[in-house]
Design a protein around this ligand. Structure first.
Ligand code: F0G
Length: 467
């Protein structure tokens, strides 16, 4: 197992810019505490002359590294040697033009696309990053890996450690804060699952302490190698658009790993001369977990060349503590108040002329039902992207003829309770699952029709409702 000598780690702060060997297991700069990036001696990397050269990798897709939707782009994330890669063919995801959903959003037919990352082996985009993190972990000799999670990171970690001999996983989840589909995966894949009495932000703090004191490999997105894998989601979007850059990428914002990785991908592609412009980035918070929206939208926080105002962040977190404010949204995957990748996300917003918005749980669920009725389906957090796109069209920020790509981050089956409650005509079921979060109605409910075990009744129901 070995690392590529052309890769190294670099501190995000321009005033520090310390560098570290790629083999060091770090989640922040030991000098100044900032996040770390993975960087490369690009002049020593054989970068393709144009992006379409990646298509030739498919010729040898009997090779696991060329079959993977992450590693077939490995020339743009060259930090491990091929024999260190842990892959199960992640990234075979779908990119679809979605005209029905476009109508709901308010974008012209033929201009709206969904990038469906729920098609990954563990059912979410996390596998793009996990294959990268676990490959790095293995190359550094780690035998235990851990994460805090709202469910998908843990499902993905448990899957990848399950298939890696000699590697075990420990996952930290907030008690009662994880959708059943995701919890069932962690248990079945054999992870040690610790349900902490607290929420994701509490679990995140604890897992960082434990990983440091017990020298366990941490795979949350403070791990810079994980984000390298997530860059490839954007490469697959570009590939599906025949290497043309869309006008907008719209993504849900939770711990802000995806948005950070997308920004880094576009910055690098532009610097390498592989794209001629960057798309605009829209990051969508749930209104019950709106740290980014508050800090960027209302308090004016910005990247500022890497010298962003830490006081603004600290003051806001102190207010949250003072008010005992906890994140609360039906989109449990993004129920996060202290996003660990905030700084890198500011860089992405700056580079991609980005915007941040927040959307209500009601709009998230209605958007989710529209994504489902459009033939795709996703979990609640994923639908925040579609809800956010609709809001931005209403505001006139996204134009109806703009080319818009929404990222669907997780599979419909991750959170069946929410879906069934939305479509239920039983007020008790609806209220117990959704009403507690302030959701009042289901504009696109598709109630199940109860019929007797009787041919006439069944025939009548089909005649009445089957069109
Ligand atoms: N969508 C889904 C389905 C997620 O699971 C997450 C994050 C996000 C969006 C937000 O992405 O953190 O990159 O901004 N889930 C993490 C987890 C926190 O633990 O599974 P982000």
């Amino acid at each position: 197992m070995s690392l590529d000598p052309r890769a190294f780690q670099r501190c995000l702060s321009p005033d520090c810019a310390a560098t570290y060997d790629a083999g060091e297991v770090l989640t922040s700069c030991t000098r100044c505490g900032s996040l770390l990036d993975v960087d490369y001696e690009w002049e020593r990397v054989e970068v393709p002359g144009k992006l379409s050269e990646f298509e030739t990798a498919w010729r040898s897709r009997h090779q696991p590294v060329d079959f993977s939707g992450v590693w077939r782009f490995r020339k743009l994330l060259p930090f491990v040697t091929d024999e260190s890669v842990v892959t199960i063919g992640e990234g075979q995801t779908l990119f679809q033009q979605a005209d029905q959903v476009a109508r709901f959003v308010g974008v012209n037919a033929g201009r709206f696309y969904l990038q469906y990352e729920g098609m990954n082996p563990s059912g979410s985009f996390k596998d793009n990053g996990m294959t990268a993190a676990i490959s790095h972990a293995r190359a550094t000799g780690a035998t235990q890996a851990a994460c805090a999670s709202t469910g998908n990171t843990s499902a993905s970690l448990a899957l990848y450690t399950g298939m890696t001999p000699g590697m075990k996983s420990i996952i930290f989840v907030g008690s009662g804060k994880i959708a059943y589909g995701k919890l069932s995966q962690a248990l079945d894949y054999g992870a040690l699952t610790l349900q902490i009495a607290g929420d994701f932000d509490d679990a995140m703090k604890r897992v960082q302490e434990v990983c440091q004191s017990m020298r366990i490999y941490l795979v949350n997105s403070v791990n810079p190698f994980r984000l390298e894998g997530q860059k490839t989601i954007m490469l697959r979007v570009l590939e599906a658009l025949r290497w043309e850059v869309p006008d907008w990428i719209v993504v849900p914002g939770g711990n802000l790993g995806n948005s950070s990785a997308f920004g880094k991908a576009f910055i690098e592609l532009h610097r390498l001369g592989l794209i001629d412009r960057l798309p605009r980035l829209a990051i969508i918070n749930a209104s019950g977990a709106r740290t980014l929206s508050e800090l960027v939208g209302r308090r004016g926080l910005s990247w500022n060349g890497g010298r962003y105002d830490r006081r603004t962040i600290d003051d806001y977190y102190a207010e949250l503590d003072r008010d005992h404010a906890k994140a609360s949204t039906i989109a449990s995957a993004i129920e996060i108040n202290r996003p660990v990748n905030l700084a890198k996300c500011l860089r992405a917003l700056d580079a991609c002329d980005g915007v941040v918005r927040e959307v209500s749980d009601q709009l998230i669920l209605d958007a989710k039902a529209q994504v489902g009725a459009g033939g795709y389906g996703c979990e609640p957090a994923s639908a925040a992207s579609v809800a956010g796109a609709k809001l931005l069209v209403e505001e006139g920020v996204i134009g109806p003829s703009d080319r818009v790509v929404c990222i669907l981050t997780g599979h419909l089956l991750k959170d069946p309770n929410v879906t069934v409650a939305y479509h239920s005509d039983d007020q008790k079921v609806f209220n117990e699952t959704l009403g507690v979060r302030g959701v009042r109605g289901a504009s696109f409910a598709n109630h199940a029709v109860s019929v007797g075990n009787d041919l006439d009744q069944i025939t009548r129901a089909i005649q009445l409702y089957g069109h």
